[in-house]
Ligand binder design. Structure first.
Ligand code: MG
Length: 357
């Protein structure tokens, strides 16, 4: 080895790691207390991840899900254990790094998603292209997004529907005992199309069929996860007895779920946080198309960082429900915009968010 190379190696070691990954938690405050079948809350914690190399910083976010024993604080600890793996890595080889992270880490899908997004952001910034362009997509194909109305009293729901006047399609959360009351409150304010998410809230084939038959007369486009995730055969029964498309959500988290659930549903709802990142979401889209399933992408309550990252995939979707950033008061980022309901992707490189001043 020549002397200069030896010096460069020694200097490199002194200069510190080539790539640094860091993480912190971020508390997001909700505009309205958010209630679904699962929970009710005023704030959510997300995991923020940075990958720094060559003077470029890639940013990522994941929303850990309590149901799957995930938390933002655990995510920070997990990222701390990956310092060694990242130190000598080249983030432009993100596929290899993600394979190594996935081989080493069990579960922790939201943390993996935050890491995956930070790597994609870094690569897009390094190549100076937005992710949609890096993937060969046309940003004009991005669909409209729904605006979600959580479970609430009839009076509050009517107010929320009025506040959502700018959104051409609404997503309504149902699944509690007051379903009819919720829908009637919505319909007292608007005739616009709706998508209904039961979040596994109906407990039998008969209950689901009865509710869906009623919803078929209410300008509803489809029903998400009418029965609990484990009730696949029963969902297939429901599907035979109703006309509305049935979309899988809680029973379809990752690529390997798709072959198992495909016979019982018309489509799937992908969440980047549950899938483990954009690469996994892309695999789900490809697999869903193989099984002739419709594809939507949903989201958790998140800042514009995670929502804009998911929106980068949206030209590939039939339906988008990417409004998690519109439900919070303290969004630190500026990213994807919604104009007349349609998602407008930024032209900036990577995920394309700016930190708000
Ligand atoms: Mg859902």
């Amino acid at each position: 080895m020549r002397r200069r190379d030896t010096f460069a190696l020694a200097f490199g070691a002194l200069a510190g790691p080539r790539t640094v990954i860091t993480a912190r938690t971020l508390r997001l405050h909700l505009v309205n207390t958010w209630t679904t079948v699962m929970s009710s809350s005023k704030f959510r914690e997300t995991l923020q991840v940075s990958v720094e190399s060559e003077g470029i910083t890639g940013l990522g976010e994941g929303a850990p899900i309590v149901r799957y024993n995930e938390s933002a604080a655990e995510g920070v600890k997990l990222v701390g254990t990956l310092n060694g793996l990242f130190a000598n890595s080249d983030p432009s080889q993100y596929a290899k790094i993600l394979d190594q992270v996935f081989a080493r880490v069990e579960g922790a899908w939201a943390a993996k998603a935050a890491i995956d997004i930070a790597l994609h952001d870094w690569v897009g910034k390094r190549l100076r292209v937005p992710l949609w362009k890096m993937w060969g997509l046309d940003k004009n194909d991005a669909p409209a997004t729904t605006f979600s109305i959580g479970i609430d009293t009839a009076e509050v729901i009517r107010r929320k529907v009025r506040e959502a006047a700018a959104y051409p399609i609404l997503k309504i959360k149902t699944g509690l005992a007051n379903d009819e009351e919720v829908m009637e409150a919505v319909r007292a304010e608007t005739k616009k199309p709706m998508r209904v998410d039961a979040n596994e809230g109906w407990k039998s084939v008969d209950e689901a069929v009865r509710k869906i038959k009623w919803l078929e007369k209410q300008n509803v486009e489809f029903i998400e996860q009418p029965l609990p995730a484990a009730m696949l055969a029963e969902t297939g029964e429901v599907r035979k007895r109703v006309d509305l498309p049935i979309i899988a959500d809680e029973c379809c988290l990752r690529p390997d779920d798709i072959p198992r659930i495909a016979p019982y549903f018309d489509g799937i709802n992908i969440k980047v946080d549950k899938a483990g990142g954009l690469r996994q979401a892309m695999r789900m889209i490809d697999l869903a198309r193989t099984y002739k399933l419709k594809v939507m992408a949903g989201c958790m309550v998140s800042s514009s960082l995670a929502i804009t990252a998911a929106a980068q995939l949206s030209p590939l979707l039939d339906f988008a429900d990417l409004d998690g950033n519109l439900l919070i008061k303290n969004d630190p980022f500026d990213g994807v915009k919604v104009v007349n309901g349609k998602l407008i992707l930024p032209d900036r490189p990577g995920v394309g968010v700016l930190v708000r001043k």
